[in-house]
Design a protein around this ligand. Structure first.
Ligand code: NAD
Ligand code: ZN
Length: 352
C-alpha cells in the first residue's frame, strides 16, 4: 500500500512507526510530546516507546478518554503541560490516539505559541480513515461539536494497521460508518467491495482505499467551499443525534453509530428529494441495519435534536443544510431541509 500524498504532507501505511522514527531523527525539533489518552497510553504508547527508546528528548502527556474530554478544559491542561515542560516553538506534538486526540491535539498544537508542528498517529479505525486526514482540528463547547477549531495540516500522518488489534469491536464499527459513507458519496464500486467484505475486521486494503477517497476530496477543496461538503453526508442529522445521546443516554452512541442513523435518515430524504431510488434506499438500510443495533430514537427528543441541528456550523442563513445522494456513489450538496422533512426522516428510522 503506497504512501498517499495530501496537502503538503505524506500519509504512511507501510512501516509507519519506522517512518515516524525517521521523521523524528531528522532532528528538526527541539523536543517532542506524545499526546495519549488513558487507553492509548496503555495499548499504543508502549509500541511507539520501543521504537523511540534511544531518543530521550520527549515527554508523554496523558488525558482522560472520550468525547467528554474534547473541550477547552482538557485543552488548557495540554497547553499547561507544554508550558511546564518548556515546549518552545520548535517542539513537535505527536497525537497518538483516536479522533478525540487527533482533533484536540491538533487544535492545541495549532494554537500553542501561534502554532507548533504536529503529526497524527491515528489508533482507531475512525481516526485512520477520517479524522487524521484533512487538517480539521477542534474541540466541542457545551456539547456543540467541533464548534471551535482551525484548519491546520499535520506535518505527516502515520497509519499503523496493527493498532486496531486492541480496538473494541464497537469502536471498529464506529469507524466503519465513515468507510461506508465514503463509498455512498463517492464510489459505488468501493461500496460494493465493502458489502462483500468481513466488516467486523476490515482489511488494510479497504482502509487504504478509504483514505485515498477522503484525501482526494480534501485536496480538491481543503476549506469546504464545495465538494468537501460531500463528507457531511449523514452528519447533519447524525451529529445532532450524537450530541443528544451524549447528554441524555447512560451508554451514549459512538460517533459512527450516530452517523449510521444519520445516513439512513438523510438517504430517506434523498429518496424524496434528489432521486435516490427506492431500491438503493432499501439497500443502504439493509447494510446499515445489519451492522448496527437499532437505536430507540425517542419522539419526545425530536424538538431537542432539531434545536441542536439549528446550531450546526454547516447551516446557511440559519437554515439546515444537508448533503444528499442522487444515487449510490454520487453526492448532492447544499440541500436546505425543512423541520418536517427531518422529523419525517427520523420517524422513518424510528418506525414511529
Ligand atoms: P476516540 O478518540 O474517543 O476513541 C474511541 C475510544 O477508543 C477511546 O476510548 C480511546 O481511548 C479508545 N482507543 C483508541 N485507540 C485504541 C486502540 N488502539 N486500542 C484500544 N482502544 C483505543 O474516538 P474516535 O471514534 O476515534 O473519534 C471520534 C472523534 O473524531 C469525534 O470527536 C469526531 O468529531 C472526530 N472526527 C474528526 C474528523 C476530522 O476531520 N477532524 C473526522 C471525523 C471525526
Ligand atoms: Zn464523522
Amino acid at each position: 500500500m503506497n504512501t498517499i500524498y495530501s496537502d503538503g504532507y505524506p500519509i504512511y501505511f507501510e512501516n509507519s512507526l519506522d517512518e515516524l522514527v525517521k521523521f523524528i531523527e531528522q532532528g528538526k525539533y527541539s523536543r517532542f510530546f506524545v499526546l495519549c489518552d488513558e487507553h492509548t497510553s496503555v495499548h499504543c504508547f508502549p509500541k511507539l516507546q520501543e521504537k523511540i527508546s534511544h531518543i530521550d528528548n520527549h515527554d508523554l502527556i496523558e488525558v482522560s478518554a472520550g468525547e467528554e474530554c474534547k473541550n477547552i478544559d482538557f485543552c488548557i491542561g495540554v497547553w499547561k503541560m507544554l508550558i511546564d515542560f518548556g515546549a518552545d516553538r520548535k517542539a513537535l506534538m505527536i497525537n497518538l490516539g483516536g479522533g478525540v486526540i487527533t482533533d484536540m491535539g491538533g487544535f492545541a498544537a495549532s494554537t500553542y505559541k501561534r502554532g507548533i508542528d504536529f503529526v497524527q498517529v491515528p489508533t482507531t479505525l475512525l481516526s485512520q480513515v477520517d479524522a487524521s486526514v484533512g487538517g480539521k482540528t477542534g474541540i466541542d463547547v457545551d456539547s456543540v461539536k467541533n464548534i471551535i477549531g482551525t484548519f491546520t495540516q499535520p506535518k505527516a500522518v502515520f497509519i499503523d494497521y496493527d493498532f486496531l488489534s486492541t480496538l473494541p469491536e464497537r469502536q471498529m464499527l464506529s469507524g466503519l460508518a465513515e468507510m461506508l459513507k465514503h463509498g455512498l458519496i463517492l464510489d459505488a464500486a468501493y461500496w460494493n467491495q465493502l458489502k462483500a467484505a468481513d466488516l467486523t475486521h476490515p482489511p488494510a486494503e479497504l482502509i487504504h482505499a478509504s483514505v485515498i477517497l477522503k484525501n482526494k476530496v480534501v485536496l480538491e477543496d481543503p476549506t469546504e467551499q464545495n465538494i468537501r461538503k460531500s463528507l457531511n453526508f449523514g452528519h447533519t442529522i447524525g451529529h445532532a443525534i450524537e450530541t443528544w445521546s451524549l447528554t441524555n443516554d447512560r451508554n451514549p452512541l459512538t460517533h459512527g453509530e450516530a452517523i449510521a442513523i444519520g445516513m439512513i435518515c438523510e438517504a430517506y430524504i434523498a429518496n424524496k428529494r434528489t432521486g435516490l431510488s427506492d431500491a438503493e434506499l432499501a439497500e443502504i438500510e439493509t447494510v446499515i441495519n445489519g451492522l448496527y443495533p437499532h437505536y430507540k430514537l425517542k419522539h419526545e427528543a425530536y424538538e431537542n435534536i432539531y434545536s441542536i441541528m439549528l446550531k450546526d456550523k454547516k447551516n446557511i442563513d440559519g437554515k439546515i443544510n444537508c448533503t444528499l445522494l442522487d444515487r449510490i456513489g454520487q453526492f448532492n450538496i447544499d440541500n436546505i431541509c425543512t423541520k418536517e422533512e427531518i422529523f419525517e426522516a427520523m420517524n422513518h428510522y424510528a418506525g414511529h
